[in-house]
Design a protein around this ligand. Structure first.
Ligand SMILES: [Fe+2]
Length: 320
């Protein structure tokens, strides 16, 4: 494997990776790191506070996202449940805990930086995403720039430009300043603006920092590697937004955003918590690098849909 390039990105333009939605190819599937056997080993050994399971509805217009409890379950049981359910398993910060994955991610960035000499990145991190057939990820944006490496299965991703219709400047700034979570109000009419990619094993797509996006899986189990990084310009952008926010709070010159558009649907659907309620629960504990959030279901590989509801939400934590 060492002698062959893992990244296949022919003739990129200068700054293309930072400034344009870009699809290319990779060769990491054959690394052996993403087989069922390897994933079970990783799931069994990964710190529980860096392992998160979520469940979602089936309509991208109705935000029904809830977090679950997987205490005591082994990797094989988790894979069984994900194959049956509508689940999204996020194995977070894998490069911190798995040297072979850290070597892989560093090599991927090294190859990208060789291909694009102006692309200089820092703060690399990576999550392995294991998601059910037909699972979806609602319309949202992420703080760092993402690169999505599709390893197994098939999914469709919509990537939207940043403009007032897709994410208002007010919401964008408050997201950059970490004043709100990264999910967004979704208007299906903006789909016409999106670039759409059908991803299969070996496909990669990346998009400029903070571009909204959403995902729908096809009918098979999906294994993806999501890598994150910052360039110097991207770090500056976040610091400016944080400074603007601090100035606004200190001077009161502009009222703070209290928008919750698009949130709160989930109360209608019984087992899932309203995300507005979740917002109240979720808080960052900077000292311990943990986020607290409510868990509303438990993974049960024997259940028809891989989960059982909890009678009452329990507090959970996840590292970041
Ligand atoms: Fe994302």
């Amino acid at each position: 494997m060492e002698s062959t390039n893992l990244v296949q990105l022919p003739n990129p333009r200068p700054r293309q990776l930072e400034e344009a939605v870009t699809a290319f190819r990779h060769r990491i599937t054959d690394s052996g790191l993403f087989t069922d056997e390897s994933l079970v080993r990783i799931l069994d050994g990964h710190p529980s506070e860096f392992l998160a399971v979520s469940r979602m509805g089936s309509d991208c217009r109705k935000y029904e996202w809830s977090e679950g409890d997987l205490t005591g379950l082994g990797g094989a049981e988790l894979l069984t449940a994900v194959r049956k359910g509508r689940l999204w398993l996020n194995v977070r910060k894998v490069t911190r805990f798995w040297p072979e994955l850290n070597r892989l991610v560093e090599r991927l960035y090294s190859e990208l930086e060789q291909r694009c000499p102006e692309f200089r990145t820092s703060r690399h991190s990576a999550n392995i995403l294991i998601s059910s057939p037909k699972a979806l990820v609602y319309y949202h944006l992420d703080l760092p720039q993402n690169i999505l490496w599709q390893v197994r299965g098939h999914k469709r991703i919509w990537v939207y430009p940043i403009n007032e219709r897709t994410v208002s400047s007010e919401v964008l700034e408050s997201t950059l300043a970490s004043e709100r979570l990264e999910d967004l109000p979704y208007d299906p009419d903006t789909d016409a603006m999106a670039e759409v990619f059908d991803l299969a094993s070996g496909d990669v797509v990346t998009w400029p920092q903070n571009c909204p996006h959403r995902v729908e899986n096809a009918g098979d189990l999906n294994i993806s590697l999501s890598t994150e990084h910052y360039t110097a310009a991207q770090l500056r952008r976040i610091r400016v937004a944080q400074a603007n926010s601090a100035i606004r709070k200190a001077t009161g010159l502009t009222s703070r955003s209290v928008r919750t558009d698009g949130l709160g649907y989930a109360m209608k659907y019984g087992v899932l918590l309203a995300s507005r309620t979740s917002q109240r629960w979720i808080r960052r504990r900077q000292d311990h690098k943990l986020i607290e959030y409510p868990r509303t279901f438990r993974v049960n590989p024997s259940a028809a849909d891989g989960v059982e509801p909890l009678d009452a939400p329990v507090a959970g934590t996840v590292g970041y």
